[in-house]
Design a protein around this ligand. Structure first.
Ligand code: ADP
Ligand code: MG
Length: 475
């Protein structure tokens, strides 16, 4: 009989089941789906990055033993991470992680393919310090002003963006900080400004980069001992666009280097454009001197679009895709998805896909089903603040107590639960969770996750906490 991914995996599961706690088996192994078998490489699909990290952290040994039994000494395990994403039925977010034959796979070995909304990064990046290189702007031409529709919710930000694009460095909007919630168009607008500048001033050097990537590059430069090259590289940019600067929170080294780059650019009349999911006053763990720089220019908020704007965004998208849809369906979708343009688009795309795959007509009923799915998913996207609030309410304490340094057992447990759920329900890194929950470090968060996992398989009362809170956080 030829072996399939499923049959191999089933045998592995049998072995694993006999060797670990039933609760742990249920939590960490039942959700896994075996998807592919190539010679001695088995690909399994896991529901989140956290899941993958957890497996590698806790179960790598048993996985290895099980796989070696099934596929021999050279067995390999490939993880495919499939997250419920906010794009509806589009491409799952996948990553392949070569595993096995070593004790653990470090995070930096993870290769994350770009999703299709990201700009194409042909070269991974220009090597800092090499002069006269042609700097690729990393801009996505599909994110431009023409398809960034104006409404009350974005008028100030959009017009400030246009002003900056026509006179980069020459307005008082320097830096221009665009802030607002998830999926409201920060990245789109930031690219649009860059794209417009490139049209008007082709000779200017524009660079778009996410704060996360900027941070990685900086850390690499420190490791490779070329921090100065890194700084010089950024100082020759004419228009620097940094997306999601909230990512710099708690990273004092990167903040420091950014502060120097910023000052240099600003003094030389270069334009800086930043985006953030929070207003400067609400940013945590960002140095004061940097925050005060952010306030030098203009902070413009992107708010949730009103109904008319949502309808126009949908119509515009349909028009560009050459799809016709009944007016009442468009209005139905716009009426029910209110706070996130990405989800608005996702719902429409999903609707088009459903109707064409199933050869169904697009009816209000179909729209209802799709929208319900999206609204549910939206609610699942919880913030760390929200988690802390729910957990402290549950234990009848306030958030300050939960975050405090006390070692009282019930408070420590509440804090550990908050960390555990933050890891489970958000995409935040261990370090960022730690910094938001009482300024702890990543090791504390990891320890908290382990403790919660252990306690919930040994302590009945504690398991009840986990179950109750899971319910509260999932509705
Ligand atoms: P953010 O960076 O704030 O999370 P994005 O810039 O990724 O949000 O925007 C999410 C989606 O919504 C993108 O596909 C973007 O093109 C679309 N979008 C946002 N604002 C507008 C707008 N004003 N007009 C048209 N599309 C928009
Ligand atoms: Mg963005």
């Amino acid at each position: 009989m030829s072996r399939t991914a499923q049959s191999v995996w089933e045998n592995c599961l049998e072995f694993i089941k006999d060797n670990i706690q039933p609760q742990a088996y249920k939590t960490w192994f039942e959700p896994i789906v075996a998807v592919k078998l190539d010679d001695n490489a088995l690909s399994i699909q896991v529901p989140s990055k956290f899941f993958y990290e957890w497996l590698e952290e806790h179960y790598v040994k048993i996985l290895k033993v099980a796989l070696n039994k099934e596929l021999g000494e050279n067995a390999k395990l490939v993880y495919i991470i499939k997250m419920e994403n906010t794009y509806g039925n589009k491409q799952p977010f996948t990553e392949k992680i070569p595993s096995s034959n070593r004790t653990a796979v470090k995070a930096q070995d993870v290769d994350i393919p770009l999703n299709n909304k990201s700009p194409e990064l042909r070269n991974p990046f220009i090597i800092p310090g090499i002069r006269n290189v042609k700097i690729e702007s990393q801009l996505n031409p599909n994110y431009n002003f023409e398809n960034f529709l104006e409404g009350d919710s974005n008028r100030l930000a959009r017009n400030a963006g246009l002003a900056v694009a026509s006179k980069p460095g020459g307005t008082s909007f320097n830096p221009l900080l665009i802030f607002g919630g998830v999926g409201l168009g920060k990245t789109h607008l930031a690219h649009a400004i860059g794209v417009d500048i490139k049209d008007k001033y082709p000779e200017k050097t524009v660079l778009y980069i996410s704060a996360e990537k900027f941070t990685q590059q900086y850390i690499d430069s420190v490791k490779k001992n070329n921090r100065n090259d890194f700084i010089h590289f950024y100082q020759i940019i004419d228009i620097l666009i940094i997306d999601d600067v909230q990512f710099l929170s708690g990273k004092s080294g990167t903040q420091d280097v950014f502060f120097h780059i910023f000052n240099h650019l600003h003094q030389n009349g270069k334009q800086v454009i930043l985006t953030s999911d929070k207003a400067p006053v609400d940013m945590q763990d960002i140095e004061q001197r940097l925050l005060s720089r952010f306030k030098w220019g203009l902070s413009a908020e992107l708010q949730s679009p009103d109904f008319e704007t949502r309808v126009s965004i949908l119509k515009n998208k349909l028009y560009r895709d050459g799809v016709e849809m009944p007016e009442e369906i468009i209005e139905y979708v716009a009426k029910h998805i209110k706070t996130n343009i990405r989800e608005l688009e996702g719902a429409i795309i999903s609707l088009i896909a459903q109707s064409s795959f199933n050869k169904k007509e697009i009816t209000t009923d179909l729209a209802k089903q799709v929208v319900e799915k999206f609204v549910k998913n939206t609610k699942r996207e919880v913030s760390i603040d929200y988690i802390q609030k729910i957990v402290s309410d549950y234990f009848q304490m306030d958030v300050d107590t939960l975050q405090s340094k006390t070692r009282k057992r019930h408070i420590v447990q509440a804090r550990q639960l908050a960390m555990f759920f933050a890891k489970k329900f958000t995409k935040a890194s261990l370090a960022s969770i730690g910094s938001q929950i009482g300024k702890r470090d990543h090791a504390t968060v990891l320890h908290a996750c382990k403790t919660v996992d252990n306690l919930s398989s040994t302590d009945k009362q504690f398991r009840k906490y986990v179950e109750d809170l899971t319910k509260k956080l999932s509705v």
